[in-house]
Write a protein that binds this ligand. Structure first.
Ligand code: ADP
Ligand code: UDP
Length: 236
């Protein structure tokens, strides 16, 4: 597999073309941003951790019947993935109140929900990723009704699977963001990443934050938190 020109540089990853028109290479960076790019920094070792963690979790999800873009891990930072056309929705699932949910509804963080919630944001940096519902997404032709149904079902399966998986590592899966894409034939698959950048992960016993909130909120120990999650995933 040959890496060709860079197609896109995002906030956390670069995407490259390959000699196969159906495959891309994603390269994970140590760069970190928060608050729609207002806060910038580096989390040393993040690229490698997020790459390896995403791939481990995507393999777990494939086994549970969730199709993903994952093809092959090439090295610490780089992975071969199926090219998709990204559905421009950030799909957010929550099990416990935190972040924008706590702020919007004026409640404390840490309320355990009886059922998980799902919400969509329009993936559009200029607009600041506004919250939208399924009707808005269909009206704007971001996805069809059928695609939204597929995405919802897959998102809840991702949650059930990862919640259980993390609990076995003594970690609570508080909330997370995932993205979906369409393969050339229109099949919806899970794409992008699943990492401490995109999930809130709390230690089960102490509620210590093991995710990007350490960076967002200047709590310190960000590198160590990412390493700790990786250590538990590797079963050390
Ligand atoms: P952002 O664009 O938000 O800054 P990243 O830095 O993570 O985010 O950039 C990676 C980009 O690649 C994202 O826009 C993501 O939607 C997109 N992407 C992820 N997986 C795939 C894929 N399999 N095919 C095409 N694009 C993808
Ligand atoms: N999230 C993300 N990218 C975004 C927005 C949110 O990965 O652009 C993740 C975030 O890490 C958290 C979940 O989605 O795990 C819910 O985030 P929330 O809506 O609470 O927003 P935030 O507090 O991060 O602004």
């Amino acid at each position: 597999m040959e890496k060709r020109e860079q197609l896109y540089e995002g906030k956390a990853k670069k995407v490259y073309l390959t000699d196969d028109p159906e495959l891309y290479i994603v390269s994970y960076k140590d760069d970190a941003t928060a608050f729609n790019g207002e806060k910038k920094g580096t989390i040393v070792g993040k690229g490698s951790i997020n790459n390896r963690m995403t791939n481990m979790l995507m393999k777990v999800l494939e086994k549970k019947g969730v199709p993903t873009h994952f093809v092959e891990e090439l090295n610490d930072r780089e992975t071969l993935v199926k090219k998709v056309s990204i559905v421009p929705l950030e799909v957010i699932i929550r099990n416990i109140s935190a972040g924008s949910f706590a702020k919007r509804f004026g409640v404390e963080e840490g309320i355990v929900f009886d059922e998980p919630t799902i919400e969509f944001s329009y993936k559009n940096d200029e607009l600041g990723d506004p919250l939208m519902n399924a009707y808005h997404a269909i009206a704007l032709k971001l996805a069809t009704r059928e695609e939204i149904e597929t995405i919802k079902k897959m998102a809840f399966t991702v949650n059930d699977t990862l919640k259980e998986y993390f609990l076995a590592l003594n970690i609570k899966l508080v909330d997370f963001k995932i993205e979906f894409g369409r393969l050339s034939d229109g099949t919806i698959v899970l794409a992008d990443e699943i990492s401490p950048d995109t999930c809130r992960l709390w230690d089960k016993d102490t509620n210590e934050k093991l995710d990007k909130d350490r960076f967002r909120r200047d709590l310190g120990g960000t590198e160590e938190a990412y390493q700790e999650v990786m250590r538990r995933l590797m079963g050390e």
